[in-house]
Design a protein around this ligand. Structure first.
Ligand code: 5GP
Length: 203
C-alpha cells in the first residue's frame, strides 16, 4: 500500500544485540502494508542463518570504504569492529510514499536525527540484562569474545535510550509486535503529517 501523495514515514529502530529486534521487525513487516525494512551494507561475515540481500549486503572492507568515499551512505558506523552503513538510495522509498524502517545502532540513529531532522526513533529493550546475556549465548555463529564485546556494547547502547521517541520492552513477541505496529499506525495519523500531505483536499 502506498498512501497517494504522501511522504513516507521514516522509523529508526535501535536495540542492544540480542533484544530480539530482527524477529519483531520481521513480524511487523508481515502484518502491515506500506512499510519495509532498509537493508544495510556490512563488512561482517554472514551468520549461518543469514542471507545476502535479505539480512545485509555483505561486502569486503575495501568495497565498503570505496562506497563511503563515493558518499553512497546516508550514515555509517563501526560496531563491534565491523562497518555498517545505510545506502542513501534506500531513502528514495520515502518519496514514493512508502514507510521505511532503519534497523541501526545508536550512533547511526543520532546522525540521522541530526542531519535529516526527520524520523521516529524507537528503542527496543530486552526484558532484563540477564535475558540479554542468555540470548546472546544462544545465538549461533558468535564466538565468546564477540559475545563479550556485544554485552559491553549493550550497556553503552542502553545509556542512549532517553532521547528516543518510544521504548518497546520485548517481554513477549506478540505483545511487543502489537506495540510496534501501533506506533507505526499512530505516526501515520499524526495531525501535522496528515495536514502536510492531504490538507489541500479538505479545503
Ligand atoms: P548485527 O551484527 O548484530 O546484525 O548488528 C550489530 C549492530 O549494528 C546492531 O545494533 C545493528 O542495529 C547495527 N546496524 C546494522 N546496520 C546498520 C547500519 O546500516 N548503520 C548503523 N549505524 N548500524 C547498523
Amino acid at each position: 500500500m502506498v498512501r497517494g501523495g504522501a511522504q513516507g514515514v521514516l522509523f529508526i529502530v535501535s536495540a542492544p544485540s540480542g533484544a530480539g529486534k530482527t524477529t519483531l521487525l520481521r513480524k511487523v513487516i508481515s502484518q502491515l502494508s506500506g512499510v519495509s525494512l532498509s537493508i544495510s551494507f556490512t563488512t561482517r561475515d554472514p551468520r549461518p542463518d543469514e542471507r545476502e540481500e535479505v539480512d545485509y549486503f555483505f561486502v569486503p572492507r575495501t568495497k565498503f570504504i570505496n562506497m563511503e568515499k563515493e558518499e553512497k551512505f546516508i550514515e555509517w558506523a563501526e560496531v563491534h569492529g565491523d562497518l555498517y552503513g545505510t545506502p542513501r538510495a534506500n531513502l528514495e522509498k520515502l518519496q514514493r510514499g512508502e514507510d521505511l524502517i532503519l534497523e541501526i545502532d545508536t550512533q547511526g540513529a543520532r546522525k540521522i536525527k541530526e542531519e535529516l531532522q526527520n524520523g521516529v526513533l524507537i528503542f527496543i529493550l530486552p526484558p532484563s540484562l540477564e535475558v540479554l546475556r542468555e540470548r546472546l549465548r544462544g545465538r549461533s555463529g558468535d564466538s565468546e569474545e564477540a559475545i563479550q564485546a556485544r554485552l559491553q556494547n549493550a550497556q553503552n547502547e542502553l545509556d542512549q535510550m532517553a532521547w528516543y521517541d518510544y521504548i518497546v520492552i520485548n517481554r513477549e513477541v506478540k505483545e511487543a509486535t502489537k506495540e510496534l505496529t501501533s506506533i507505526i499506525l499512530a505516526e501515520r495519523c499524526k495531525t501535522a503529517r496528515v495536514l502536510r500531505d492531504r490538507g489541500g483536499e479538505y479545503g
